[in-house]
Ligand binder design. Structure first.
Ligand code: KG4
Ligand code: ZN
Length: 343
């Protein structure tokens, strides 16, 4: 079965062809970084206009690289939220048109389910229950999956997302855009003990996160510091360690409590070198298999949407038919719900 996966939730336009939810035949990602860089953040209107321009060529390239024609596609999967509304609308509108032209079912995929399913594209599949730590520019969530399509939210950020604070602190420090990877690289050269960032105290759910305090503290430290290269590296190292410590703090307890048989990292910030190292250490110590997608499948891509779409299609017994698909809606704040089994 050939699945065409489309993601336009933020500032990357991506189309991919995946076979049977496992084999990535092509994964085209057209990045808009250059367009947004001078503004220091993603400009929603520019993002949606750019998606309009590049979706058709990106899709043609995905089909060509995969060596299949539109006629051979059996299912189209598209992100319908959460994300920037204008960007989502372009992707969903395009996917509807394609589904109609190819006369194939269309399936809607939640962006976070997509990130999670990037871990199902590898040689080995995670064994259920899977504890997922999803860390991206807009999300920091701990999600338990007891089976395909069963998502239980165990913890989430009360304020900023992990990727977002990496980006904001990096921007203030004058690093590149988006800031996460630049801050990560700089942190490798610094001493994380020079400027420590202790864990915040969060009232209520003990598995929730809060990154706004740590972000403000980093910004204040930067303002007060001497701005030397050594100082910037130490600040980046201390800040990164603080964020990663917080992200992994509830994981050991949750892995034990839930009886999880695998631990999976996903989302753009799963590319973070320290988070990958520390997760590996933790998983090895606990004897639990760790899954982390390759770098190109951590950040937004169509392949993960195709993978999630495939499993959703199998579980729910079908997508939107060619005639119904015009009714599919998208939502900027879409909630992650478990898929309903019909079979
Ligand atoms: O998943 P993604 O591509 O888009 C969203 O769904 O948000 O994630 C993008 C985020 C950005 O905030 C980016 O700075 C962050 O992932 N990121 C990183 C690293 N690489 C990407 N954050 C920390 N360290 C990295 N190496
Ligand atoms: Zn994402």
């Amino acid at each position: 079965m050939f699945i065409l996966g489309i993601d336009t939730s933020c500032d990357d336009t991506s189309c991919a062809v995946v076979r049977d939810g496992r084999q990535v035949l092509s994964n085209i990602v057209s990045s808009q970084t250059k367009l947004h860089e001078k503004f220091g953040g993603v400009v929603p209107e520019i993002a949606s206009r750019r998606h309009l321009e590049v979706l058709i060529p990106a899709c043609s390239e995905a089909l060509e690289q995969a060596g299949v024609t539109l006629k051979q596609i059996d299912l189209i999967a598209v992100t319908n939220g959460p994300g920037l509304l204008g960007s989502l609308l372009v992707g969903v509108g395009f996917a509807k048109g394609m589904a109609h032209a190819a006369q194939v079912p269309l399936i809607d995929v939640h962006h976070i389910a997509g990130h999670i399913y990037a871990n199902f594209l590898g040689e080995e599949l995670p064994e259920f229950p899977v504890l997922n730590l999803v860390v991206s520019g807009g999300h920091s969530e701990l999600i338990l999956m007891e089976a395909h399509g069963h998502f239980t939210l165990l913890g989430e950020t009360r304020d900023d997302a992990a990727g977002e604070v990496f980006d904001k602190v990096a921007r203030e420090m004058g690093l590149g855009f988006p800031g996460g990877p630049y801050l990560d690289r700089l942190a490798e050269t610094g001493d994380p003990g020079k400027i420590p960032f202790p864990l915040p105290k969060i009232r209520g759910s003990k598995y929730d996160y809060s990154f706004s305090g740590i972000k403000t503290r980093a910004l204040l430290e930067f303002e007060a510091g001497d701005k030397s290269e050594g100082f910037k590296a130490d600040l980046a190292a201390g800040f990164r360690k603080g964020v990663v410590n917080q992200l992994l703090n509830p994981v050991e307890e949750l892995l034990k409590e839930t009886g999880a048989r695998s631990f999976a990292l996903s989302g753009g910030a799963a590319a973070n070198a320290l988070l990958r190292r520390k997760s590996r250490e933790l998983a090895t110590r606990l004897g639990i298999p760790l899954f982390i997608p390759p770098m190109e499948l951590c950040t937004d891509n169509g392949a993960m949407i195709a993978a999630a779409g495939y499993y959703k299609y199998k579980l729910t017994g079908g997508g939107w038919s060619e005639t119904e698909s015009s009714m599919m809606e998208c939502s900027a704040g879409l909630e992650l719900r478990s898929w309903e089994e019909t079979a």
